[in-house]
Ligand binder design. Structure first.
Ligand SMILES: [Zn+2]
Length: 341
């Protein structure tokens, strides 16, 4: 029999009690009466050695014992020392269950919470910050893959004027700066940086049959700017990279992630369809139709197939317009539906 302090879980009053263990049951007796619980239902917090220990009962009452070693001896005398191991195992299983639950929760947060958060945070990021990011990205691209455009200033101005005309009938456009570059190893492509730089490659003009097709692609890129897709993508992957960097203690993964993101500009299926729909609205609001964008998607798809056939895994990769998940057929169907409405 052991001396213990008993708390009934309803008041803070301490009761002097005695505790004994018989036939797999814990019996506590005192001025409050007596209570008895199966040992398997009692949660024992051992301090180990000669420190205090606590027994918590299912009704939230608890017993404090001054001497953990004495309880261990009482448990051994009752022939139930093994139950301590059982409880430890039960706790371990519970911890494993909690871990699985946490992984499920984090995954759900990543799949749904993070895009939700990024959508709300991205528009609130000061223009100075997004512009600084874009400048750094463009400098990096210029030193790695982009070369100066071979278009004459007059030709560049012609395209710029036609892009600006989209605004006159469609109301406002997101802030943008048209930039011309060349990149034979990337191929026909255009991409938008979060700060508003829309980079049009000479190769896109070579592939296009008429300027309207180029303008349609720029309209698609303006859609990415309008919805802050670049920044949202950056936030989503940065949060994950930062978490990974903190967890792994390796900042280089973060930097590698940022570079890859800017270089590949891979957007989700949803972002591509949204940008297409935005471009479709712009094009339908101006004389003409979505037909140039449809034609360009088909042409880009064809160019990619050819490139794939010629160089396995070579040219055609990294194309923002083509790297996307939705296949061109799905995007073309969505645009045709828009035109019919
Ligand atoms: Zn796109």
């Amino acid at each position: 029999m052991l001396a213990a302090d008993y708390f009934d879980g309803r008041s803070s009053r301490r009761h002097a009690a005695t505790l004994s263990i018989r036939d797999g049951q814990v019996l506590v007796t005192g001025d409050f009466g007596k209570c008895r619980w199966p040992l398997a239902e009692v949660d024992i917090s051992h301090s180990g050695g000669n420190g205090p220990c606590t027994l918590r009962f299912p009704d939230d009452a608890l017993c404090e014992l001054a001497d953990d070693a004495a309880l261990a001896a009482e448990l051994a005398a009752a022939g139930v020392a093994g139950s301590v191991v059982t409880r430890a195992e039960r706790r371990w299983r519970w911890a494993l269950g909690a871990l699985v639950g946490a992984v499920v929760l984090i995954t759900a947060a990543y799949m749904h919470g993070l895009p939700w958060l990024a959508e709300r945070v991205a528009p609130a990021i000061p223009a100075a910050v997004t512009e600084a990011i874009s400048r750094a990205a463009l400098q990096g691209l210029d030193s790695q893959v982009l070369t100066p455009s071979k278009l004459t200033p007059q030709r560049q101005q012609e395209i710029a004027t036609k892009v600006a005309a989209l605004a006159s009938s469609a109301g406002s456009l997101p802030p943008y700066r048209l930039q011309f570059r060349s990149a034979p190893q990337i191929g026909a492509n255009a991409f938008a940086l979060p700060g508003g730089d829309v980079i049009v490659l000479d190769e896109l003009l070579t592939l296009a049959k008429r300027d309207e097709e180029v303008i349609a692609v720029v309209a698609h890129e303006l859609g990415h700017l309008h919805f802050h897709h670049g920044m949202r993508q950056l936030i989503q992957s940065t949060v994950v990279s930062v978490a990974a960097a903190v967890y792994l203690g390796d900042v280089s993964t973060l930097i590698a992630g940022l570079t890859a993101l800017v270089l590949e500009s891979r957007y989700s299926r949803q972002f591509e369809l949204e940008a297409d729909a935005y471009a479709g609205r712009l094009l339908l609001a101006t004389p003409g139709s979505v037909e140039p964008l449809i034609a360009m998607l088909g042409r880009l798809d064809e160019a990619r197939s050819k490139a794939r056939g010629a160089v396995k895994g070579g040219a055609g990769q990294g194309s923002e317009l083509l790297s996307s998940h939705p296949d061109s057929a799905e995007r073309i169907r969505a645009l045709q539906d828009m035109a019919r409405r």
